[in-house]
Every structure is written in structure tokens, then in C-alpha cells.
Design a protein. Sequence first.
Length: 278
Amino acid sequence: MTSITLQLSDFSSGTLSYREVGEKNTERNETLVLIHGVGMQSAAWGPQIDYFSQSMRVIAIDMPGHGGSSLLPFGSELVDYIDWFFTVIKALDTGAINLIGHSMGALIAGGFAICHPDFTRRVAMLNGVHNRSEKARAMVEARSAEIDLGKIDINTPLARWFDESESDCAARELVRGWLTEIDLKGYATAYGAFARGDKTFAARWSEVICPMLALTGDGDPNSTPEMSQAMAAAAVNGRAEVLVGHRHMLNLTAPDAVNIILEAWLASPLSDKLLPTK
């Protein structure tokens, strides 16, 4: 599956790179859009693309400064990534979407659901962050400052994200490859927005009325079960799931379990208020 490049004519950031496969289900007529995390790329959604494209149109995008997508200006905030993503959705003419984000992508997905409810059928956050503790915030801001100076440490996040199981080792090597391909400016800009973005919409989860899923692993110290549970509890129609024995890269280390949970989320009925016109 190859990437597609699209010029975003009404947005100064230039080009979008994405992967698209499958067709809109003739009965459900729905599109699934996937947003990866900092340092990753659209290929990181491989297990979900393969599974869900059998029944619907699936689009996995490269975030700005990742894969083949153009950079956002240094210092961009979470809201800038959300604005960029809205431009993408309009350019791709998707109408209202089912939206899944991982890590930084989860911040974008949640913010998008709050800012653009008419374009959001359902939203799922995988390994999302929410209201970090002061200690956790200090640590992530320190890492952001190091990245701004060009100091990239790949091994530390890999050790944090994966254990020594066979499935984790295979996924770790995939992730290592993507991390070695990063654009430093794109990585620094996205990580800065990620470091500062956990509080941006933290008090607005009650505005999410569509079916919302918050999914993480019990071994993820940065996107904790408590964070997922808090987001889900605040949303009108939220649900939290925690996978035991997994960490930060759930969609790669436990793809079958994740796909089953996502399948159930995609079957969640929409309220009358959420039936999109497109």
C-alpha cells in the first residue's frame, strides 16, 4: 500500500501524505480516519487498515512534518493541528467520520470531536493523555526542550513503550525504523504541541456527545488507565477500556484485541443529534 500526496490548496502548509484503501460500506456509508502519534507515520496503522478496509473506506494520514506531509510552523499548538486536520477532512471530502487517534493523534481526535461535532460520528482515543500530573508534565516538557536542541533519544521511549515479549519485540523494530526516519523539525514541533496539549480540552469532555472510546494499556505510565477513565466518565457517551499486559503501542502489540474493541465501538448507535447530513 503506497502513500498518496495531495496539495492542500487552501492551507499554507502545503501537502498531505496519506494512505487510503477500501470503499464506503453500502449499508453504513461510513469512513474511518486514523491519526498516528509523534514520530510515527500512517504505516503504523497497518493492522487496522488491513482489518477495517474489508468493510469500509479507511484513510490513515501522515501528521504535519511526518511521512510525506509538510511541516507546520515551529511553535504550533494543538489547536493548529486540529485546524490543519479540519482542512484535510474538507479536502478529502469525507463528510462526517469515525475518527481514531493514537497518543498525540488522540489529542487531535478528541479536540476535533469537540470543535467539529458535525463532522464526527464517533471518536476513539488510543493511549491518550489527559491532565498530566505536575511531575509528568515536567518530564515531558524537559524531553521537548531536548528535542528542540536536536537531542533525539530513541532507545528510552522504546524501552518505555515495549516489553521483551515476542509480539512487543517485533513491533519495537517497526517503531524503531519509523523513529529513525523522522524529520527533526516536524518531530520537535509535534512533540512541543503534545507536551503542552493535555490540558487544552481537558475541561470540555462533556461536550463530546458522540460515542467515545478511551483505550489504553495497564502498563502505560504516560497514558494511564486513570486518564482514559477520566475522559470517558466526563463524556456524554464515553467508555474506557484497559488492556492488561500492554503498554503504549497497543494497536501494534495487541492488534486483534484492539480491532475487536474498535469493531464494537464502530457498532455504537448514533443519537438523533449526531446523524450527519453528509
